[in-house]
Design a protein around this ligand. Structure first.
Ligand SMILES: Nc1ncnc2c1ncn2[C@@H]1O[C@H](COP(=O)(O)OP(=O)(O)OP(=O)(O)O)[C@@H](O)[C@H]1O
Length: 304
């Protein structure tokens, strides 16, 4: 099956300033991909290229097997921007009907999408009276008009409460299971971690890593943390244990080399602990590792 999005050594310049350097990755049908990176890493630029809003300066970019600028290709892409803007005087229903006419989608789908995003009851209220979460859900309904093959969402959970966030992720999974490919840009890594099939981490316009979480972990080689309860004072020795620290309520944490984690778990189980948790590096740990490796530390001091 051919890729939904394929970048091969894509470069982008704004005037003399190069913001993307030889970016290569692909998105397969029915995959959810997280596109991550520090502020200014090049995510928005990448998304704008895929949406056909700007033209790449070098390399190859294929979207749904064609050129991103092609109107027929653009029709098959749904986009939820970070800051959704609607006419405040229109109702939710009128807003979606307006976009449905622009996109050539059916009025029956308008009702169906309002139901899907939980806005049926509020559909006759003006958008100016909508909460941030309601506007975001209306934005998602707008992006889904015409059943796009590719859905791109930029920070879709900003401003959503935890339940609305969970329901957005579940909807994203449902769409993926129905065959939609999804790109999600987010800085909220713990939330999105269990829903993505693949992650792309960018730093300063370069691709740092692309792959599923197992591949990212394998490549990074960060320690696995084993949390164990009820072994206080007992000798635990294994060359793969890098550190051992005491937590609270009888819990201790061991940082263990990833290749030997099962051996160490086996050794710990022989000691009959009261409890044991295996904590592999999280998406956030991996993101920090790859971003810091690129020298793009951010916030507290260093350069990006
Ligand atoms: N129109 C433009 N003209 C010149 N430079 C630009 C333009 N748009 C973006 N840039 C620069 O390109 C680089 C990448 O910006 P981009 O918006 O793609 O980053 P980002 O990863 O989306 O960041 P954020 O997380 O803050 O949204 C930045 O250095 C930015 O200043």
């Amino acid at each position: 099956m051919s890729a939904v999005v394929e970048l091969n050594k894509v470069c982008q310049h704004y005037g003399k300033f190069q913001v993307l350097h030889d970016i290569s990755w692909n998105l397969q049908p029915g995959e959810i991909m997280g596109l991550f990176g520090h502020n200014g890493a090049g995510k928005t630029t990448t998304v704008r290229l895929i949406l056909g809003l700007i033209r790449h300066s070098g390399g190859e970019l294929k979207v749904l097997g064609g050129q991103a600028q092609d109107a027929k290709i653009r029709q098959q892409i749904g986009f939820l921007p970070e800051n959704v803007m609607f006419y405040p005087q229109l109702t939710g229903l009128e807003t979606l009907q307006h976009f449905a006419r622009l996109k050539g989608a059916s009025m029956a789908q308008v009702e169906q999408l309002l139901e899907q995003v939980g806005l049926t009851a509020a559909s006759r209220q003006r958008v100016k009276a909508y909460s941030k979460g309601m506007r975001q859900r209306l934005g998602l309904a707008q992006a889904l008009l015409g059943n796009p093959k590719l859905l791109i969402m930029d920070e879709p959970t900003v401003g959503l409460d935890p339940i609305a966030t969970q329901s957005l992720y579940r909807l994203m999974e449902k769409l993926r299971n129905e065959g939609t490919s999804i790109i999600i840009c987010s800085h909220v890594l713990p939330g999105v971690e269990s829903y993505i099939d693949k992650a792309v981490v960018m730093a300063r316009g370069h691709l740092e890593v692309a792959g599923n979480l197992y591949e990212l972990r394998e490549h990074a080689g960060l320690p696995v943390r084993l949390r164990v309860r009820g072994l206080a004072g007992r000798e635990i020795s294994h060359p793969a244990i890098d550190s051992r620290s005491t937590l609270h309520d009888g819990w201790e944490e061991l940082a263990v080399r990833p290749d030997a984690r099962l051996e160490v778990v086996g050794q710990l189980l022989q000691q009959q602990p009261l409890d044991l948790e295996v904590r592999p590096p999280s998406l956030e740990d991996l993101y920090c590792y790859y971003t810091e490796k690129a020298g793009a530390v951010g916030v507290a001091g260093v350069q990006q």
